[in-house]
Design a binder for this molecule. Structure first.
Ligand code: NAP
Length: 316
């Protein structure tokens, strides 16, 4: 077992790294279990144009490297592996990474959310062979191909726009007749003549042996089926919170997000705080995640202080 710490942070996206910076500056000597895929969803992004302080934008991975450096500068430590078990039954809380046990008086959970998939067998088989959840990571490999993207939110539009840099044509397949995306993103997509829209449509199969060759599509209004010839499918239908580790130990909502008190990052267990996309299904922005990571560190610090004060008073 490693030494007992004041604070462990599980997850290393904007929420986790901001919590680490604040906690380190408050002398809590935090350890961040950053995961194998450290950095969170911004590692899968190119330009971030709406993070304050970067008027010309910044690449997602570069922003995360900077956040990590900032936390490390104040003494935050990192374990680059996934947590495989937690024990939140009583403080000091336990987090296991491989064979190593870590204990802390408080925990901040910032494990974020993961891309949702359509659930088709061929989608899994062809993942990495024409099926992708990240246009910004894989778009380059699809130069001069016709591509499809499924989803109607900001992610789908953002990725469709990005893919037009490489593709001959991008067909956005959406299950309804109107987009969920913000108006400004919709306008950009409608103005781009490389993007076609297939409304009221669902993908029922992905065809191809070694590579994606076409999609089977069904119109949900007419029930008509058609084949869409594309060299790649990008799935952009939202995310699920990464909370499997905590199920049964913490209160989760019906979609699996960690429930936190209003205007707070306090979870259903005293001393356990949650910040970022793992508890936020409304805003889901890097800046709101960073903001709630800051809240979690401040709340953890106050909670630890109150606890220490109560223990000292009890001894006196
Ligand atoms: P989202 O807003 O939840 O949109 C998911 C889209 O996928 C919806 O259009 C949904 O259809 C569709 N969908 C869900 N499950 C599906 C299924 N099984 N089959 C087919 N379609 C399915 O997710 P998101 O686009 O990833 O965005 C998440 C959050 O991040 C949002 O708050 C968004 O504003 C934000 N975001 C912002 C930016 C930006 O500002 N630059 C960029 C990316 C994301 P329905 O519409 O019918 O439900």
């Amino acid at each position: 077992m490693s030494e007992r710490r004041k604070l462990l942070i599980v997850g290393s996206g904007p929420a986790g790294l901001t919590a680490a910076t604040y906690a380190a500056r408050a002398n809590l000597a935090p350890m961040v279990i950053e995961g194998i895929a450290a950095g969170g969803q911004l590692m899968l992004t190119t330009d971030v144009e709406n993070y304050p302080g970067f008027p010309d934008g910044i690449m997602g991975p570069e922003l995360m490297v900077k956040m990590r450096e900032q936390a490390a500068r104040f003494g935050a430590e990192f374990v680059t592996a996934d947590a495989d078990r937690v024990d939140l039954s009583a403080a000091p809380f336990g987090v296991w990474v491989g064979g190593d046990e870590h204990r802390a008086d408080a925990i901040v959970i910032t494990t974020g959310a993961s891309a949702r998939m359509l659930g088709l067998p061929a989608e899994q088989r062809l993942l990495g062979h024409g099926v992708s959840t990240c246009a910004t990571c894989d778009g380059f490999f699809f130069r001069d191909k016709a591509l499809a993207i499924v989803g109607g939110g900001d992610s789908a539009i953002e990725e469709a726009l990005f893919l037009t840099k490489f593709a001959t044509k991008v067909t956005l397949v959406h299950r309804r007749h109107e987009l969920r995306a913000s108006k400004i993103m919709q306008e950009r997509a409608f103005a781009n003549d490389k993007i076609d829209f297939l409304w009221n449509s669902v993908i029922t199969d992905v065809n191809g042996d070694q590579q994606v060759e076409s999609l089977d599509v069904r119109d949900v209004v007419t029930d008509e089926t058609s084949k869409l010839d594309v060299g790649g499918l990008f799935v952009a239908i939202g995310h699920d919170p990464n909370t499997a580790l905590f199920a049964g130990q913490l209160d989760l909502d019906e979609n699996g997000y960690i429930v936190t008190e209003a205007d707070s990052t306090r979870s259903s267990i005293e001393g356990v705080f949650a910040a970022g996309d793992v508890q936020d299904h409304v805003y889901r922005q890097a800046v709101t995640a960073a903001g709630s990571g800051c809240m979690a560190a401040i709340e953890a610090e106050r909670w630890l202080e109150e606890r220490a004060h109560a223990a000292a008073t009890a001894r006196a």
